[in-house]
Design a protein around this ligand. Structure first.
Ligand code: PA5
Length: 446
């Protein structure tokens, strides 16, 4: 049961004292987190969230999910970044990347407001035509442009279809408890609201209503998800580096970074994990990529990407290490049957489930890549279920905090994200940005 971390395939790249040397630094990072004295300590709500969450709101989330399941064909989840990736990642991981096409008695779930493509939004509006639609708008600030545009469009659609009162019963707002235009709008229009706690940043918010409402609508068991995270919280509270998988992972990331590795490649062999890798990339990229420091988080899905990126990983610039998430039981499988002609020569695999072949691909690849000079860390999950996902989410979140402290950055802010917004607003002529507009246009040659 659970998840396990192993550095077995990285051992050949480590010196005896590499981990020992990290011990006092990890102890200091642990102490900072415990005492809430480190950088970004206003944003540590995720640490105790698996046990210390609003139980009454949790019941309301479950009730809202049931209502959406009963009265909707489609749930449109509007949000971006931390207000988007976790929910989508969990749904694809727990149900399927083909979730919307499965035979099921839960609504289709689409994600909008995670970009500014009019074409993508147009296509989604077409998909929704003639369907019973509900909307979950998720924005902590309530002012993010991408979701705000999509929400304006979908609110309009619902009002046209159901009238103001009917639309109000189909709009669910997940936002700040008191501040922001979205909260004001929700209160004025009577939309049901759910809270993103002040002390939980976007990329750490999947276990709040941000993730929990859409995940519950998909039919996944959010109580088991929270129970898994709670178990991980206990397990990874141990300050002893040798006994704490989460801390060893955090420490080894920094060992490899200090040895000149600049890329961490998150690997899985299951397409259901691909969006979890996107969630991981935001978590680590936004937490550590600052002050001109940090590992660049990248991801691949094997064996698919062995046929595209495999050459580079095996033999290109030696800039990376891999972290493989190896998943045992995914709940369904296909067995390769005996074929009388054996024209494809595959009878040596007859009777084998594809998961067996996939596992051999993993074993073969890990050996080839380590032979090629790429250290491999492995996180093993015995079964793709809610409890293990809760554990993995907490594992990555806590490792991210410790790793960020080891790197010497504030893992909980994201000042760099503002730069493009300022330029975009100025170029769009948003009131208040007049002086920058002319300067930027001159640089663009307009
Ligand atoms: O992690 C973050 O802080 C960001 O990815 C935000 O979640 C994202 O920008 C969306 O912000 P908001 O929820 O305020 O709309």
């Amino acid at each position: 049961m659970g998840i396990r971390f192993s550095e077995k395939y990285a051992a050949g790249f480590l010196r005896e004292n590499d981990l020992k040397g990290m011990e006092p630094l990890v102890a200091a990072a642990h102490a900072q987190l415990e005492a809430r004295s480190g950088l970004g300590n206003d944003f540590l709500g995720w640490v105790d969230l698996p046990v210390d969450y609003d139980k009454a709101e949790f019941q309301r989330i479950q009730a809202a999910a049931k209502r959406i399941q009963a009265d909707s064909d489609v749930l449109v989840v509007i949000g971006i970044g931390g207000s988007y990736l976790g929910a989508r990642a969990a749904i694809e991981f727990l149900r399927s990347p083909y979730y919307n096409n499965l035979k099921k008695d839960t609504p289709d779930i689409y994600f909008a407001g995670n970009g500014i493509s009019g074409s993508a939004l147009h296509d989604l509006l077409q998909i929704c035509e003639g369907k019973r639609v509900s909307v979950n708008i998720i924005s902590k600030s309530g002012t993010t442009t991408e979701p705000a545009i999509a929400f304006r469009v979908f609110r309009d659609l619902l009002v046209k279809q159901y009238g103001e009162e009917g639309a109000a019963k189909r709009i669910y707002c997940t936002t700040d408890k008191a501040r922001g235009t979205l909260k004001q709008l929700a209160d004025a229009k009577g939309y049901e609201t759910f809270v993103i706690p002040d002390d939980v940043g976007g990329r750490f918010s999947v276990l709040t209503a941000v993730g929990l409402l859409p995940i519950a609508v998909s039919g996944a068991d959010i109580s088991a998800l929270m129970a898994g995270a709670a178990a991980a919280r206990e397990e990874y509270a141990n300050p002893d580096l040798a006994a704490n998988d989460c801390y060893r992972y955090a420490a080894l990331r920094n060992v490899f970074y200090n040895k000149g590795k600049s890329v961490e490649l998150l690997v899985s062999y299951e397409p259901r994990f691909a969006m979890m890798a996107e969630w991981f990339k935001q978590l680590y990229g936004e937490s550590e990529g600052k002050d001109h420091k940090g590992l660049f988080p990248a991801s691949v899905t094997f064996s698919t990407d062995l046929h595209s990126m495999g050459q580079f990983i095996q033999d290109g610039s030696r800039v990376m290490f891999e972290t493989v998430v190896s998943i045992g039981d995914c709940g369904s499988d296909v067995t390769i049957e005996e074929d009388a002609d054996n024209g494809d020569g595959l009878n040596f695999l007859a009777g084998r489930p594809m998961s067996y072949v996939n596992h051999k691909a993993f074993q073969g690849t890990v050996l080839a890549h380590t032979d090629g000079g790429v250290p491999n860390l492995v996180i093993e999950m015995d079964k793709a279920d809610e409890e293990n996902l809760g554990r993995l989410i907490y594992f990555f979140e806590k490792a991210c905090a410790i790793s960020g402290y080891l790197l010497g950055v504030n893992p909980f802010d994201q000042p760099g994200v503002e730069s493009y917004k300022k330029n975009m607003f100025a170029l769009l002529g948003k009131p208040g940005y007049e002086s920058q507009k002319a300067q930027l246009e001159e640089r663009l040659g307009e």
